[in-house]
Ligand binder design. Sequence first.
Ligand SMILES: [Mn+2]
Length: 331
Amino acid sequence: MKERIAHEIYRRLLASTNVLILPHQRPDGDAMGAATALATFLDNHKIGWQIWCKTPPPSGLLFLPHAKKVQTDPELWQHEKFDTIVAVDSGDLVYNGSAEYLARLPYHPTIINIDHHPTNKNYGDMNLVIPTASSTNEILYTFFLVNREPITMPMATSLMTGLLTDTGIFTNSATSKRALSVGSELIGRGADFRLIKQEVITDKSVAGLRLWGLVMSRLALHEPTGIVHTYVTHQDLKNFAATEEDADGIANFLNFLEEGQASMVLKAHADGTIKGSFRTTKNNVDVSAWAQLFGGGGHIKAAGFSVEGPIERAIEHILETIAKHKNSTTI
Ligand SMILES: [Mn+2]
């Protein structure tokens, strides 16, 4: 733990009067866990805060403390003045979804960056970035610990949610001795594992699983790169009366795949953009290097990017580009 910066951030937060917490857009359990743990901590110190996110949190994460108070209206940036801004689980502020609003602020709040993405650009005035951490919530747990801040039961539930979701419930490569021991500590501090399990793990619908069936039936192995790929379109969601949340988790599930070198799931959105996710469990593959070929980023074993459609052309373009760069992106 970078103790000095952890103390500095702690002092800065406690000296603030109004803190804006920024989980990344399309927030996952790690982003929402971190944002809500921080909100509860600030609440305990009677410090004003807001959570703003470019897109609303998925319904499955609304059980988290304060999650229903997340604001998505950009008006908030003009209506309130913040002395401190904390971005969590965000490699950069464009990915976070706040860059354009921050650029337009007529004043300069202190920006705190708490994250575990190796591609993090250290964009904050204070950066607590630990790429070896399983999750932003593992960092936050240690942050509270080194500052002797009591971790209350609601905070433990928030932190545990991020830890569980980013480790694929302690199955993916982010799972470490440290992650497991923090998990054990959080259970000891009253994290509501039963609630998290019910809301986050047991979250599949019939419509969603039928959609998964279609997406799985499209799996194909690209021999030159060893990438097993598939896709889901906006029209698929409509056909199955499924939501975007139903399609979440497919990329993570493909971590259980034995064949190939890595998996890729492409999601074609209604606006024509395509979001891609890479996952790998192989030692010699760095998917963040692949994602960076398309302006994306992430972790060595899990990364994401954006490309233009249509889907068939995107698949071809991505696979060809990676095949061409294979030597320079292999560990
Ligand atoms: Mn994370």
